[in-house]
Design a protein around this ligand. Structure first.
Ligand code: FAD
Length: 295
């Protein structure tokens, strides 16, 4: 039995060492202090040689700081060769404003947008506008490349898993070119979701969103909010490390590399990293996937 398991591990590692044509993308958020700004640009500089397919910059819906997303996008365009995709949410803008913004983005050379609804602020009525509407609106303005969000463990507000899947289909039918998944640790849930998408005729990549874990307590809060299952084994991995960031980082990198191995074995070619503006962990996982400078 032990021998058999060792063979499986060896097979996974062998497969990892023979991977070709893996695409990666990196997600950043706009910094809100000079120190965080420095961290972000250091990370972009470190990750750029890995030639990501694109990098994306989140947008803090309802915070009135869309400008911060634009600034980061502009600087990436000015200083690097990277394709930079702004995230755009519709909850806090009228359709006219969104159309105007789409025109501005196109004029500035933006060709790829991550189109989202955004979270409806607590206490506000549901606007009854959805990401599929934004995809349609953007496509009407220009032929943008569009990425949308997908939820292997179901979006918390969805009435059912099936209706959430139908929603993804609507976004793809409206013109989305790829779906980026919410982060997850339950690999089976992701793989089942991918199968269900294929069966529903959703013919774009469901790119797994990988969240390299460094701050476990924060992860627990995110996961609770987004209704992401945190398996017992993950609790066990990080148990007792609350005051030990160095070990947490090593464990987090190991967890993410193991996940990437299994996903790659299951035929996943595209990986999206929630970098939280830090390069180190994403860089290590890319290295393990054979994504290296100059390759
Ligand atoms: C990769 C990724 C990046 C993100 N980036 C950002 C960001 O930069 N800024 C930010 O604020 N948030 C971001 N989010 C979070 C996202 O805005 C929230 O999860 C939001 O609550 C849903 O956005 P959506 O685009 O998935 O919405 P939608 O696809 O519109 O779905 C929202 C909910 O409505 C349901 N629904 C859809 N259509 C209908 C309909 N016709 N009738 C009834 N129900 C319907 C869906 O099932 C789902 O439950 C991101 C999420 C992901 C996965």
């Amino acid at each position: 039995m032990a021998f058999h398991h060792a063979q499986q591990v060896e097979a996974l590692n062998e497969r990892l060492s023979s991977l070709k044509d893996i695409n990666v993308s990196f997600e950043f958020f706009p910094p809100n202090s000079p120190a965080m700004e420095e961290t972000l640009w250091g990370s972009i500089e470190r990750l750029a040689p890995l030639k990501p397919k694109f990098v994306s910059v989140t947008y803090g819906a309802n915070s009135g700081v869309r400008d911060r997303t634009h600034k980061v996008i502009e600087r990436i365009h000015a200083e690097t060769e990277l394709q930079a995709a702004p995230h755009l949410t519709l909850v806090d803008a009228s359709n006219d404003e969104l159309r105007e913004l789409a025109r501005q983005y196109w004029a500035q050379g933006v060709r790829h947008i991550v189109a989202l609804r955004g979270d409806v602020p607590a206490g506000q009525p549901n606007p009854n506008r959805y990401a599929a509407d934004l995809v349609k609106l953007l496509k009407e303005e220009h032929d943008f490349e569009i990425s949308v969000a997908a939820y292997p463990e179901v979006h918390p507000e969805a009435t059912s898993a099936q209706s959430d899947l139908v929603n993804l289909k609507r976004k793809v039918d409206a013109g989305a070119n790829r779906a980026i998944s919410q982060f997850f640790f339950d690999i089976d849930a992701y793989l089942r979701y991918r199968d269900r998408c294929a069966a529903a005729g959703i013919d774009v990549e469901i790119v797994p969103g990988i969240l390299p874990v460094t701050n476990y307590q924060q992860l627990l809060k995110f996961s609770d909010f987004a209704k992401i299952r945190v398996p017992n084994w993950l609790h066990h991995m990080f148990d007792g490390l609350d005051d030990d960031p160095a070990t947490r980082k090593l464990v987090g990198a190991n967890v993410a590399i193991e996940m990437a191995k299994v996903l790659a074995k299951e035929g996943v070619n595209d990986f999206h990293f929630y970098t939280l503006n830090r390069a180190e962990m994403s860089y290590a996982i890319c290295h393990a996937l054979g994504v290296r400078p100059g390759v």
